[in-house]
Write a protein that binds this ligand. Structure first.
Ligand SMILES: [Zn+2]
Length: 331
């Protein structure tokens, strides 16, 4: 009985190609007993990757089918071919084991990547499809109860001496690990359909050391406080200066009043002095006048005395003496 397989996670990247691939896909290889299946094994085809550029996955499958027929086999050896454009082609019915791993075809299913992984890498789309295919067989196929965890994913070289599936099945950043973890970043195009290029991670916001920030702000506040304190001190100093100057000004104004009074007093004294001096000069003039008059009078007296004497000595003199006595009775 043919086994139908549906893998929704792969969408139209899963294709049933059992009817069309060269050879008999349904009746070749050991009959499978579902409970015996305990391994899912990967291979590489060592055929050309062409679908990754032309999208023709059928051509890649046909090349593999023909290669296997050329070995004298009745049909394709693998159950699935993972084409380089990411298409998973169902090529060998699961009711038969086909031919993939010598002496082990009765307890495993094999899927093969198109390509030669001793010389090239699988495409990113192939890795992603291989992950989805593995996951489906491990967790979504209850009819194979002994196929159930990731340790059952193997490579051809884990069973036989062979280069299959390529030089990077083990070792650092190996293909097996990438299949298990669906890690295809950095592998060649095409990238898996429906998976966007991983977004460029936005750099994390810088971690703000709030404690440090608070310290810095406190320091700034303290600096500002110091500046304000200094300014206040200067204002106080200026206020003190102003108070002192006001006091001096008041004193000076008092002094000006005093000096004005003194000046007015001095002016008054000077005026008094000038008045006295004028009066003195007047008196001096009068005295001089009087002195002159006195002198004149004395001269007159001398003259009159002489005249009188003359008169006394003559009759004329008697008369004159009489007149004189009349005029100057006090002499
Ligand atoms: Zn192989």
């Amino acid at each position: 009985m043919p086994v139908e397989v549906k893998i929704p996670a792969l969408g139209d990247k899963f294709q049933d190609y059992r009817q069309d691939i060269p050879g008999d896909s349904f009746n070749w290889g050991p009959v499978i007993k579902a409970t015996d299946i305990d391994t899912f094994t990967f291979h590489h085809t060592v055929t050309k990757q062409t679908a990754k550029t032309d999208g023709n996955w059928k051509k890649e499958c046909d090349a593999v089918g023909n290669l296997h027929l050329s070995r004298g086999w009745a049909g394709v050896g693998y159950r699935f071919i993972i084409c380089s454009d990411g298409t998973v082609a169902y090529v060998g019915d699961l009711s038969r084991g086909g031919s993939a791993v010598a002496d082990h075809n009765n307890h495993m299913f094999s899927a093969s990547f198109v390509g030669d992984f001793t010389k090239e890498l699988p495409t990113a789309a192939q890795v992603h499809s291989a992950h989805l295919l593995s996951k489906h067989f491990l967790f979504e196929m209850p009819q194979y109860p002994n196929l159930k965890d990731w340790t059952q994913i193997k490579g051809h070289k884990d069973f036989n001496p062979t280069a299959c599936p390529g030089s990077n099945w083990t070792g650092p950043d190996n293909l097996r690990d990438r299949i298990l973890n669906d890690r295809f970043a950095g592998y060649p195009d095409p990238q898996p359909v429906g998976t966007a290029t991983p977004p460029v991670p936005t750099p994390p916001a810088p971690i703000i050391d709030w404690e440090q920030k608070a310290k810095e702000l406190e320091e700034q506040v303290n600096q500002q406080k110091t500046i304000i304190d200094n300014l206040n001190q200067q204002i106080n100093d200026r206020n003190n200066d102003i108070t002192q100057l006001n006091s001096k000004l008041t004193t000076a104004e008092g002094q000006i009043v005093d000096l004005t009074t003194q000046r007015d007093s001095a002016i008054a004294q000077a005026q008094d002095y000038l008045q006295i001096k004028r009066e003195r000069d007047e008196l001096l003039n009068q005295r001089d006048l009087w002195t002159t008059q006195e002198r004149n009078y004395k001269k007159e007296i001398t003259k009159l005395t002489s005249t009188n004497n003359d008169l006394r000595s003559g009759s004329v003199g008697k008369l004159a003496k009489a007149i004189f006595k009349t005029i100057f009775p006090f002499l």
